[in-house]
Structure formats: structure tokens, C-alpha cells
Design a protein around this ligand. Sequence first.
Ligand code: GDP
Length: 440
Amino acid sequence: MFNNLSEKLDKALHVLKGHGSITEVNVAETLKEVRRALLDADVNFKIAKDFTNRVKEKALGQDVLTSLQPGQLMVKLVKDELTELMGGDAEGINLSGNPSIILMSGLQGSGKTTFSGKLANYLRNKKSKKPLLVACDVYRPAAIDQLHVVGDQLKIDVYSDKGNNNPIAIAQAGIAYAKENGHNVVIIDTAGRLAVDKAMMDEISNIHKAIQPQETLFVVDSMTGQDAVNTAKAFNDILNFDGVILTKLDGDTRGGAAISIKSVVNKPIKFIGTGEKMEAIDVFYPSRMADRILGMGDVVSLVERAQEQYDEEEARKIQKKIAKNQFGFDDFLKQIQQIKKMGNMKDLIGMIPGAGKMMKDVDIDDDAFKGIEAIIHSMTPDERSNPTVINASRKKRIGKGSGTSVQEVNQLLKQFNQMSKMMKMMQGGKGKAMMQAMKG
Ligand code: GDP
């Protein structure tokens, strides 16, 4: 996320971080570099200029030049300013209605339908809500189908009325359906166009007026940079929306949208989308994002993600299995799946302070587990729970079935063996024996 920007800011601030003597000249030079980095990230010119001016003012006010650690202080000032620019404190979603009505708006392809599903899933799992998804795109039948696919996948109800070409009527019927069926949140997915046009604006504005949602969210693709900011402005002028959802932050986004949007529309970014999967949704915390942009990592989010995927009951079951020597490849597969749910590897590594910079040239393969999974999938249930039965001919068969080699199968079996031994010893608390197992 924002690799380029992080790198440039790091370079810009490097001088101040390292050098003992700091002069007004190199503070000015640094800020010029900071501004250039922001512009390269597609931050609006005026915003970038105001940004550096404010940092400069604060720096002078705080006597950076005579402070003990001028570099650190400058980094802090930049961080605070970035945080402020992106929105200060995190803001939640208004769920006061019964049902609470959430209207999604945005261009076609921005990620509205995907985000509607993510949000429904999030509200059910995190806020114990019973959401209903409503499909109001009357122009593209495929969009309605897409929402149903998302709903089926999540086991969340979807209301639609194919053939009805009045989105207001569908939205109202959806809300009535929610009331009848005990849904306390209604998420309304609407039609988008490829670009802002009057027909789309009139339609979303009419739906907005008719259903008076508690929360209107504007979804925007962060990859579109300055365009994202302009589109946000157009939608905000019509809808006066409550919050922004920035999607596709997992891609090669330059960061301009994340940094500029708040100050242009004066509305908070509430969530970010970081992948195509339904779990790839994060609450937006400006201060954590600033940390990440400045290469300081985001340990808080990393720990939170790990905790989210931690299933206490499952952990207990696995512990029992280890104790009884019954930990098999099926359990191993489950563990891999849990790690994968935490997000893509590059993203996770970016949350470790300093690691993003260190690993930037390392090609981290998100399919790192693919071979392992393929091998396990090619095993019979018996082989998975009792790997000792895997003899030479079985290894051959498994290698063939998984598109790997006997060598790779052997390697996995060896690793699995070592891991099982280690886990057993950890259970017994035999540290010394564990060290030996690790060596062997
Ligand atoms: P809509 O037309 O606004 O409803 O957009 P969709 O929800 O259909 O999304 C358009 C495309 O973007 C789809 O291929 C999604 O899988 C993809 N997408 C949505 N959100 C994200 C995200 O956060 N990250 C990535 N990488 N892809 C996303």
C-alpha cells in the first residue's frame, strides 16, 4: 500500500533523521521534497502546498531547530498533519434506525456491490446485526445476480425484483420486507454509471429523498487518484453523503485519493476495501494509515486481524488433538486457511514496522501455500489423519495428483513431522527436547 509515497517520504525525511546540524535551509528543502512526494502520489496541488505550509509553521512554532531530536520532531509533525488531513479520529456508521437504512452510491466498477456484501458481513459478525441486501440496479440484470451470489456466499438475505424498473419502489419494498422479516439493517446497492451523468445523479438523488437513509455512503476506487476526488465532490454536492468508502487499497494505489478526499468533501473515510474477498474490509483509522504511509507499520491492525481469525473453540480442539497425537493434515489445512484469511501477505508484512521497506524488492508470493494445499488435497482422508501410511507409491500418486514432485511431497511430510513433534513438546513444556527436535 502506497509503497512509492512511503519511499519518497522516507527519503525526504532521511536527511533530518540522520544529520546533527539542521538548518532552516534543510528544513525547507525537506518540506519541498515532502511536497513533491505528495504531488507524485496524486495529491491535489493546493492540498500538498497547504500541507507543507502548515508543517513549516508548526515546525517554526515548536523550535524544531533547537530541539533535541529535530528529525524525530519533524517526522511527528508530518505524521500529525497527515492524520489530520485524512480525518482525525475514526468515525463509525450511524445504525440508529430500525431498520437502519444504508444507501450505497458510486460509479460502476467502484466496488459498491462487493462492499455491500463486506459491510453486511461485518455488521452481522461484529455488531450482531441481521442485515438485508437490496438490489436496486435496474439496468444490469448481472448486477442483481452478482448481489445474490454475494448473499448466497455469506448466507445473508438478498431482496430483488427483476423486471421491476423502478429503483425507488424496489428500495421501499425491500425496507418493508426487512421489517416483516426482522432485519435491523438494510443495505441498498444502487446502479452506477461509468462516469458522472445527470440521469444517474437524478436517480440516486430521488432514491435518497424517498427513503431517507440514516447513512449514505459513497464508494470510490482509490486507484483512480484525482478522479476519485472529483467524483466524490460531484456525489457530495447532490447527496451530502455521510462517509466515503475507499476500495482497492490493496492494489498499486498511489495514495492521493486517501490523502485528499477528506479535505475536499469534508466527510470522513469510514472503511477501506483491501481485496476482493468478503473479509477484506477494514475500519479506516487516519492515524494508523499515517503510520503506514510513513513506514512505521501498523502493529495494532495486525494484532486485531490475528485476533479476528482466532477461534477459541477451534484452538482448544487442536490442542486436544496435539496432546493425543491426532493432529493431521486436515487440521494443518485449516490453519493455513486461517492465516490466508488475515489478508494478502504483502499487506500483512507492510504492517510490521520497517518490514515494508526491507521487503519491498522481495517478491512475496501470495500463492505461497498453493503447492502445500494441492498436496494435502491430493491425499486420501486416511492419509491426512494418519500420514505414516504414506509410502513410496502413495507419494508418487500424491505428487502426480497435485502437480508437484515426490521431492516436494517428501519435504512437506518432513516439515509436518517436525512440526508435530515440536507441538507435542510445547504442550508438555519440554523446552530442551523441543530445541533438539528443531535441530533434527
Ligand atoms: P460495482 O459496479 O460498483 O458494484 O463494483 P463491483 O463490486 O462489481 O466491483 C468491481 C470489481 O472490483 C470487481 O471485480 C471486484 O471484485 C473488485 N473489487 C471490489 N473491491 C475491491 C477491493 O477492495 N480490492 C480489489 N483488489 N478489488 C476489488
